[in-house]
Ligand binder design. Structure first.
Ligand code: GRF
Length: 223
């Protein structure tokens, strides 16, 4: 049987809970570019997630698995894993999936699941990152793509982009600037993974076979 992690094109399942602008950026990149990848399903825990419509418009299977139908996190995650695995993905992408994941679920996909977080990790894990960066008086903020490990927002970082914080910024204006960068770095990382340029080995991110450098982790437009 072929190994989904090395199949070409790379089979991707995207998990969402909301608007899905990152999902859209990924769909656009894969449809117009030459990234050797295919989004085989989009799964939402919420029926009203607008990202489901984006998937349908792109001809991608859109599935709903409501957490309300399960009485524990573990039971939901077992059902979610079964649904995901129907699609035999080599990569699982969290794109605004607003659920804490159980350790067993995370371990099952270790090295095959990535997340995007709206801060320059390790700063500001968790919620309200824009507000917290402003309150701390930071001069820069940004976003990070990382492999998912059991520690929330704590897995090895693949790529980060930063934005300057101006005196006039509000949480909303910062969120918008960060979102624009998210739409650049997430497709970039997916392209690297699909081309087998990036992978996780023993908790370290390898880039072209060597531990990724600080420089490679910082997004530059010419990447
Ligand atoms: C993004 O800000 C991402 O960093 C966070 O959830 C948000 C998803 O936004 N994990 P969208 O649904 O892709 O627009």
């Amino acid at each position: 049987m072929s190994d989904p992690a090395t199949s070409n094109p790379l089979r991707i399942v995207v998990l969402i809970s909301g608007s899905g602008t990152n999902l859209q950026a990924l769909i656009d990149q894969i449809h117009q570019g030459d990234t050797p990848a295919r989004i085989v399903a989009v799964i939402s825990n919420r029926a009203d997630a607008y990202g489901l419509q984006r998937a349908e418009q792109a001809g991608i299977a859109a599935r709903i698995l409501s957490h309300r139908d399960y009485n524990s996190r573990e039971a939901y995650d077992i059902a979610l894993q079964a649904l995901i695995d129907e699609y035999r993905p080599g990569l699982i992408i969290l794109a605004g999936f607003m659920r804490i994941l159980s350790d067993d679920f995370v371990r099952h996909y270790q090295g095959r699941m990535i997340n995007i977080h709206p801060s320059l990790l390790p700063r500001y894990k968790g919620l309200n990152t824009h507000q917290r960066a402003l309150e701390a008086g930071d001069t820069e903020h940004g976003c990070s793509v990382h492999y998912v490990t059991p520690e929330l927002d704590g897995g090895p970082i693949i790529l980060q982009a930063s934005v300057p914080i101006e005196a006039s910024d509000t949480p909303e204006s910062l969120a918008q600037k960060v979102h624009e960068q998210e739409h650049r770095i997430y497709p970039q990382v997916v392209d690297w993974i699909a081309r087998d340029r990036v992978r996780l080995e023993d908790d370290s991110v390898l880039f072209d076979g060597s531990p990724i450098s600080e420089q490679q982790r910082r997004y530059r437009a010419e990447n």
